[in-house]
Design a protein around this ligand. Structure first.
Ligand code: ADP
Length: 484
């Protein structure tokens, strides 16, 4: 089982109003290791009643939390950040056990997740307002920023820590209180974070974590008029549903939804750099990130060379258990995930795509899939439209810049896009016309706490991280002072 330096980080209870509690009916759900299906732990199967209590606690805790100075909230967030780094190894072990990603990637995610707490500890002190020159001499106009209030967060399994801290960091910095429902596959990472939050001095009710029945917890959070904001990362399908559920109470929304990232390689690109970027953007987390390249659009003149170089690089990936030394690709999260990847590859091959390497389940069995490159892929195939969420790189061919742009934008999604070129004019032309919230130019890695993360079109609403991230948890209040 899990061998931790600090075993108390392995929490198997909900954290509500500063208490570690089970479900009212004492039911639990197992948490499984995707590498072998073994049960690692079990967590409460909570629902609406427990959620309602967390909402009451968050509402009760809000006035005192918002009344603290920004510097006080900042110190608590910084302490939480420091505790995450002190326990980086244990947190990474918990993550790899329940999520499957290689341990080195899990350690990296813990540092990345912690960086959001550090960043927003700093930004907490910079929620500046405005003084606006008045149109009349007897008036003064000011704008202040105030916390939104009680917030709810629903997070996915692919980044079990970072998707939490980039919501909790700005929410708590702004003076909001937050109730979190983590993904059912990865509750242990969330509960370990709650344990560290408690140690850091986050007061009861300011940050609660509820595990259990997604639709019951989500239903209660979205229906409550007390909850003023929902922040969600996950599929477009569930995001759409939650948005509907939030409509009657007109909640503020931040939605980080699906993507269909194009990765464009122009004839003039530095091919080795493009391959390195492709590896980072495609095969990280076994392809299970919303900013993973989903479609490689490669110009005719370098198509064959890029395919060959990419296949050579892919051959260096080491597939195995995330805890094993040197492993760079773990298992997929579960059986439905691998079935989807398999069917997308089958559909592409049936319509004329060619397997350059990989293409099937890995000999290790379970939910391991071979790192795969497909050539001669066309826009009519399902991989062109659907998020693969697996280690498969489909290569499409294009001839002109206009054709590449048209293909890149031909999707309902608009999260991340990447392109490689050494032509500075093209850099500005293409980046200006890509209908995406984030564009990587000659890089395959774009995520950092200092930059605004988010998408357009069906990829969502709002931005996380950067100085803009704090605004998502604040309301503007306009003060007009007359009769001077
Ligand atoms: P993924 O495909 O990444 O699992 P989902 O959108 O299904 O994406 O899941 C993201 C998060 O949304 C998870 O925490 C999941 O439990 C939650 N979720 C799924 N269905 C619902 C629902 N009906 N109400 C509230 N939360 C939900």
């Amino acid at each position: 089982m899990l061998n931790l330096n600090d075993p108390s980080l392995l929490r198997q209870a909900c954290y509500i109003d500063g208490q570690w509690v089970g479900a009212d009916n004492q039911e639990t759900v197992p948490v499984c290791d995707p590498a072998n299906g073994a049960t690692l732990a079990s967590v409460p199967r909570a629902g609406a009643a427990e959620t309602a209590r967390a909402i009451v606690a968050a509402e009760r805790a809000f006035p005192a939390w918002r009344a603290r100075t920004a510097a006080e909230r900042s110190r608590i967030l910084r302490r939480w950040y420091e505790l995450m780094l002190e326990h980086q190894d244990d947190l990474a072990r918990i993550m790899t056990a329940e999520q499957g990603k290689p341990l080195a990637e899990a350690r990296g995610e813990i540092a990345y997740a912690a960086s959001y707490l550090e960043w927003f500890a700093e930004e907490a002190k910079r929620a500046y307002g405005d003084v606006i020159p008045s149109p009349s001499a007897d008036r003064r106009i000011m704008v202040t920023k105030e916390p939104v209030g009680v917030c709810a967060a629903i997070t996915p399994w692919n980044f079990p820590s970072a998707m939490i801290t980039r919501k909790a960091g700005p929410a708590l910095a702004a003076g909001c209180t937050l109730i979190l429902k983590p993904a059912e596959q990865t509750p242990l990472s969330a509960l370990a974070l709650a344990d560290l939050a408690e140690r850091a001095g986050v007061p009861p009710g300011v940050f609660s974590v509820i595990t259990g029945r997604a639709s019951a917890i989500g239903g209660e959070l979205t229906a409550s008029p007390v909850v003023r904001k929902l922040t969600f990362t996950g599929s477009t399908e569930i995001g759409r549903l939650l948005m509907q559920q939030c409509a009657p109470t007109i909640k503020k929304l931040s939605l980080e939804l699906g993507g269909n990232a194009p990765f464009i390689v122009f004839d003039d690109a530095d091919l080795d750099a493009a391959v390195a970027g492709a590896m980072a953007s495609k095969y990280r987390n076994a392809g299970q990130t919303c900013v993973c390249s989903n479609r490689f659009l490669v110009q005719d003149g370098v198509y064959d060379a890029f395919a060959a170089k990419l296949a050579t690089a892919v051959a260096t990936l080491k597939v195995g258990r995330g805890t094993d030394e040197g492993v760079t690709q773990g298992p997929l999260i579960d059986e439905p995930a691998i079935t989807k990847v398999e069917s997308l590859v089958a559909d592409a091959c049936a319509r004329g795509a060619r397997v350059v390497c990989g293409g099937k389940r890995h000999a290790l069995g379970g939910t391991w899939f071979e790192p795969t490159v497909l050539a001669d892929v066309t826009p009519t195939m399902a991989v062109a439209k659907e998020e693969i969420f697996g280690p498969v790189a489909p290569l499409f061919r294009f001839h002109t810049e206009a054709e590449a742009l048209s293909m890149a934008n031909d999707t309902e999604f608009g999260l991340a896009a990447y392109f490689y070129t050494r032509d500075v004019g093209r850099v500005w032309r293409v980046s200006g016309q890509l209908e995406y919230g984030m564009v990587g130019i000659n890089t395959g890695l774009i995520s950092t706490e200092v930059a605004p993360f988010g998408g357009v079109k069906s990829s969502g609403l709002g931005r996380e991280g950067s100085r803009h991230g704090l605004d998502e948890y604040m309301e503007l209040k306009y003060l007009a002072m007359g009769g001077l």
